[in-house]
Every structure is written in structure tokens, then in C-alpha cells.
Ligand binder design. Structure first.
Ligand code: AHG
Ligand code: MN
Ligand code: MN
Length: 360
């Protein structure tokens, strides 16, 4: 029997809110609506290909030219339906919508902006790996909240340090919601019988050192020198400069990688590379990198572009891509230091230049 004594998400949020006597409850309301969206998506994901046939929602191509799965479209609509009516939001931005979504006039306008990737890892959903939803909450500008103008793209171009809350849901063997409201990272597990998210993982912390790294090694010939050096050194294991063996993982679903790191440590890299000069990285800043950066930072880990802290990056475009390195604090620090060393010092490991395992 599951332990139903554990606090529910609602209970956790109400207890958190008590720390801010002036709080209106709008953030809690919004987060509970997002959690409801995640429950609906978890159900849809569980039906797998059956949903394709039953929903009638056909996938197309999104703003980034990527194939949209039917579940991408359905998950996007689920987020909108679950949150737009509440009076807590002024607008939304999603991976699946080219432009910001303004709250329709029949609904009250609220003080928050919601930014989300409705289904992360969906390109690999056919193989039944864990996928997830990622979300971030920002404050809307006063003029928008006051109804003087509609929300516009620039309103969302806030550095990650401005996030009020961030989280993800992971749809795996169990569905979990991992959330930060700026006071540590909490993990809630969906109890299938009652449909409640219950607090199962309190104050998640990532160890500062790692034994596991995750990177798509098929891109190695496009990596920049500091990443090649870092991975090379890990691969040399106990006989190399790190003096210990590393394990490697790649699920191709960032939510699943982040979740593994929160559960047992490690470092994740999807660095900037030279594969496609028009794309400075694979992952998107606003709804993939920034929420993970807030979560990692709150869990005592780090998130970087490779060169600088992710949370300090001032976004220039809604769907901007960026190099991402997150996880164990000392590993991220090491990767940043390799990037920030002068170029002519970057190849002092013999294996890296002359017989690197990832030599071009
Ligand atoms: P999305 O499904 O939202 O487009 O994101 C997929 C992302 C991320 O989850 C994962 O880390 C990465 O793409 C996988 O990239 P590769 O195909 O290069 O492995
Ligand atoms: Mn994604
Ligand atoms: Mn997605």
C-alpha cells in the first residue's frame, strides 16, 4: 500500500505560502493548474500510439522546423486549457507556438507569465523512454497586468535569475513532479489511485562531484576543444588526469537526464558545437535551459552555457538555443574553467591532441 500520509502538493504549497503573509495565492493556483495539466499529459502519454488514433490531433511542424508529434500538440493545448482561465496568467510562451499566447479577453488577466516545453524528449517517444514537461514562471510587466497593453515577446526575455518558480514533470514508470519555488527542490510522486502528487523527495541535493556524464557522443567531431578535453579526460578514467573511472549515459530526453542527476548525481552536456552554424546549441534557453538552471541551482548544483552561469544570460529571442552544461557543481566549474583558459593552453592532455579518443 502506498503511504498516503505524505503531504500533497497542495499542502506543501500552502505551507510554503505561509512564509510570505502578503502572498495572494496566485502562484499556488497557477502551479496547481500546471500540475493538473501534467496529470492529463501523463494519462495521454500512457496511452501511447492509441492516442494518435483516437484524438484526431495531427502533428505538423513547429516554429523551429521540427516535426511535431500528435502528443506535442495535445500537450501544448492541455497546458493552455488547464491554466488560461484562472486569472493568474498574463501570457504564455511554448516550444510549440511561434508567438506568445495572450490570455483571451473573456478570462481575467493575472500577474504571471508561463513558459513551457509541453513534451520534452518527444522525438524519441516511439521507443517508450521517459519523457516530460518543463515549465517556468516569470512575472509579467505591470503595464500588462494593468491591462494597458497585451503581452509581447520582449516581456518574456528575462534572465533565468528572474524566475519565480520552475519545474518539470517526468512521465516514466512513475509520474513525478519536481518543483522549486525558490526554497530548495522537492519531488512529488503521482499516486495513481487518488491522483494526488505527494511529497516523496524532500530537498533534493546533487553531490558536487560526479562519476557519470551524459553527452551525445555522435556529435564529438563538432565539439569545441574544451568539451573534447573534458570528455577525453573522463574517458581516460583511473589512468588519466581525473584518476577515477566514469560511467556514460545518454537517454536523449533531457528531463530524464536531469532527473537521473537529481536522484544520483552526474553532469549533463549539450554544448554549443559547430554542427550547424545557425544553431548555437540544441536546447532552448527559455523553456529548457532556464528552468533546469533554477532547479539545479536550488539543488546545490550548477548550470552553465559552458562559459558563464545560465541564469545570467539575457535572452534575445523567444526560441533562442544555447549550449547547456548542468549538474555536479565542481564538474560544471571545471568545464567552465576549460572554456575560459587561453586557447593555446587548452590542449595540454597528450591524448587530446595527438591520439584523442574523439579526434576529428
Ligand atoms: P524536444 O523533444 O522538446 O524537442 O527536446 C529534445 C531535446 C532533449 O530532450 C534531448 O536532450 C535532446 O533533444 C536530444 O538530442 P539528440 O537527438 O541530439 O540526442
Ligand atoms: Mn524539449
Ligand atoms: Mn518539446
Amino acid at each position: 500500500m502506498p503511504n498516503l500520509q505524505r503531504p500533497t502538493l497542495t499542502q506543501y504549497l500552502i505551507e510554503e505560502r505561509r512564509r510570505y503573509p502578503q502572498a495572494s495565492g496566485a502562484l499556488n493556483g497557477l502551479l496547481l493548474d500546471v500540475a493538473n495539466a501534467c496529470k492529463v499529459i501523463a494519462r495521454a502519454v500512457a496511452f501511447g500510439r492509441l492516442v494518435d488514433h483516437e484524438s484526431g490531433v495531427a502533428g505538423g511542424t513547429n516554429v523551429q522546423g521540427e516535426v511535431q508529434q500528435a502528443l506535442d500538440v495535445l500537450s501544448n493545448q492541455t497546458f493552455i486549457d488547464a491554466t488560461q482561465w484562472s486569472g493568474n496568467l498574463a501570457g504564455m510562451v511554448s516550444e510549440e507556438m511561434a508567438q506568445p499566447y495572450a490570455i483571451p479577453p473573456q478570462y481575467a488577466r493575472g500577474k504571471y507569465l508561463l513558459v513551457f516545453d509541453p513534451l520534452d524528449g518527444s522525438s524519441n517517444i516511439d521507443v517508450n523512454v521517459s519523457v516530460g514537461s518543463i515549465f517556468s514562471v516569470l512575472r509579467a510587466p505591470a503595464a500588462v497586468v494593468a491591462g494597458q497593453r497585451d503581452v509581447q515577446a520582449e516581456d518574456f526575455l528575462q534572465p533565468g535569475s528572474e524566475q519565480v518558480a520552475a519545474g518539470y514533470a517526468i512521465y516514466g514508470p512513475t509520474t513525478m513532479l519536481v518543483l522549486t519555488v525558490g526554497n530548495g527542490v522537492q519531488g512529488f510522486t503521482l499516486e495513481p489511485g487518488t491522483g494526488e502528487f505527494r511529497l516523496t523527495h524532500r530537498n533534493l541535493q546533487v553531490p558536487p562531484e560526479a562519476q557519470e556524464f551524459a553527452i551525445n557522443a555522435s556529435n564529438s567531431r563538432f565539439w569545441e576543444a574544451p568539451i573534447k578535453r573534458y570528455v577525453d579526460e573522463c574517458l581516460q578514467g583511473s589512468t588519466g588526469p581525473r584518476g577515477k573511472d566514469f560511467n556514460m549515459r545518454w537517454i536523449a530526453s533531457m528531463v530524464a537526464e536531469a532527473h537521473r542527476i537529481l536522484m544520483r548525481g552526474g553532469v549533463f552536456m549539450y554544448p554549443r558545437d559547430t554542427k550547424d552554424p545557425t544553431k548555437p546549441g540544441r536546447l532552448r534557453l527559455l523553456y529548457e535551459a532556464n528552468p533546469m538552471a533554477m532547479i539545479m541551482t536550488q539543488a546545490g548544483a550548477s548550470c552553465s552555457t559552458g562559459r558563464a552561469p545560465m541564469l545570467e544570460v539575457v535572452p534575445e529571442q523567444l526560441h533562442q538555443r544555447i549550449g547547456v552544461v548542468f549538474g555536479a557543481r565542481l564538474e560544471v566549474q571545471r568545464i567552465e574553467s576549460y572554456h575560459n583558459e587561453p586557447v593555446n593552453n587548452q590542449s595540454h592532455t597528450p591524448l587530446f591532441t595527438t591520439r584523442g579518443l574523439f579526434r576529428d
